[in-house]
Design a protein around this ligand. Structure first.
Ligand code: IMP
Ligand code: MG
Length: 368
């Protein structure tokens, strides 16, 4: 992985593959332009490496010139193509081959084509090392394509990100910004709510508590809330699909989130599979299941203590407390196993001061 300015890039196409693509283009150019004394016009800045490689492989008389046109700022095309500079030669009637490093939307190529036609050159061909055919919107034929690539921002082999990366001999693609998605577990009394609140602030995550999501949807009588309520009213379990659709809506509300804390979901393997699919559809995944671990006796003591002031009846009876803890472990065991198989289970000691526990959780989260 490499860092250029504020962004990270990962290897995408190596030099050997690029070299083979240039060999192929050059073979065709040698055939098509033999004895035509073509004029290669390289489009600066990006095309300098490509031009040099093509020209080295061209075996007959030829001339080389460069022009400059630019349409990119940062990683986004600006759709404004600046004027052409650098074409001093008379090109009317000449065999011209435009050499581009990359053709993206095609704005640059279209403008350049029009300028060349204005200058009386109607027979030029276009060769590009990389071509994002998926996003190409223009009519101009791209005659020679080195490598067709998906719509990703790339650097290297002449291509830059705000000036950097042109010297790289391999091509790298922008690393997709990774989300931190946690599935948070903790037995009753472990302080899960408190930690979720702290982590949410610290890592700028969105806390999705399934209970809250249900209550919100039902209270506001959303389509999904009304549907869920129809099952609840009949005393039936809400189908996973309804729940996952609610969570999906929640995730979609926060498209620029750094990640999510899922709380109360998944409860079953099937739900864990659904969550994996949901996140996959957003180009992401569950980073980890993090479970607070607290000894049963400590929990019982804590909850009985809390019961004295909270007035919650389920905190007052030791038998009820022990049963809640048992239910928690029965449910959690399945998911612990599920995420352990993916090396995504992390148990964290949940005994200590709030800050201490946060530090332990952070040690896990900082790995992602
Ligand atoms: P177009 O006008 O949208 O076809 O964009 C063409 C110009 O944008 C190229 O000549 C490059 O200078 C720049 N460009 C397009 N895609 C990329 C990329 O993925 N990385 C770096 N520069 C790019
Ligand atoms: Mg360019």
């Amino acid at each position: 992985m490499i860092q250029l300015h504020d962004l990270q890039f990962v290897p995408f196409i190596d030099e050997d593959e690029i070299s083979i693509a240039i060999d192929e283009i050059s073979d065709r150019l040698n055939k098509d332009f033999k004895d035509k004394n073509p004029l290669f016009i390289g489009v600066l800045n990006g095309a300098f490496m490509f031009v040099s490689e093509v020209v080295k492989r061209f075996k007959y008389d030829c001339e080389v010139s460069f022009v400059k046109l630019s349409s990119y700022e940062g990683i986004e095309t600006t759709h404004k193509v600046n004027e052409l500079i650098g074409l001093e030669k008379d090109i009317s009637g000449r065999a011209v081959i435009v050499l581009e490093d990359i053709v993206d939307t095609g704005n640059t190529i279209e403008v350049l084509s029009n300028i060349l036609k204005d200058k009386g050159c109607n027979t030029f061909k276009i060769a590009t090392l990389f071509f994002k055919s998926e996003v190409y919107t223009k009519q101009n034929t791209i005659d020679y394509v080195g490598i067709d690539i998906p719509n990703k921002f790339i650097v290297g082999y002449g291509l830059d990100y705000n000036g950097l990366g042109r010297n790289l001999t391999d091509v790298y693609q922008l690393k997709s910004s990774k989300m931190t998605n946690l599935v948070l577990f903790g037995p009753p009394g472990a302080g899960k709510g408190t930690q979720a609140e702290v982590l949410k602030q610290k890592y700028d995550l969105v806390h999705i508590s399934t209970g809250d999501v249900f209550r919100y949807n039902i209270k506001n009588a959303t389509e999904l809330g009304t549907l869920a309520k129809s099952y609840i009213d009949k005393g039936q379990l809400v189908p996973d699909e309804v729940t996952i659709n609610m969570l999906n809506a929640e995730v979609d509300k926060n498209t620029d989130a750094k990640g999510f804390i899922f709380d109360g979901f998944p409860r079953t393997e099937a739900q864990a599979d659904s969550l994996a699919k949901l996140l996959e559809s957003k180009g992401s995944e569950v980073s980890a299941m993090v479970a607070l671990e607290v000894d049963d006796e400590v929990l019982v003591r804590r909850l009985l203590e809390r019961g004295k002031t909270s007035g919650r009846p389920d905190d007052a009876d030791e038998g009820v407390i022990r049963n809640r803890i048992k239910v928690y472990y029965d449910e959690t065991a399945i998911l612990k196993n599920y995420y352990q198989k993916q090396n995504k289970y992390f148990g964290v000691d949940g005994v200590g001061a709030v800050q201490e526990i946060t530090e332990r959780l952070s040690a896990v989260i900082d790995k992602f």
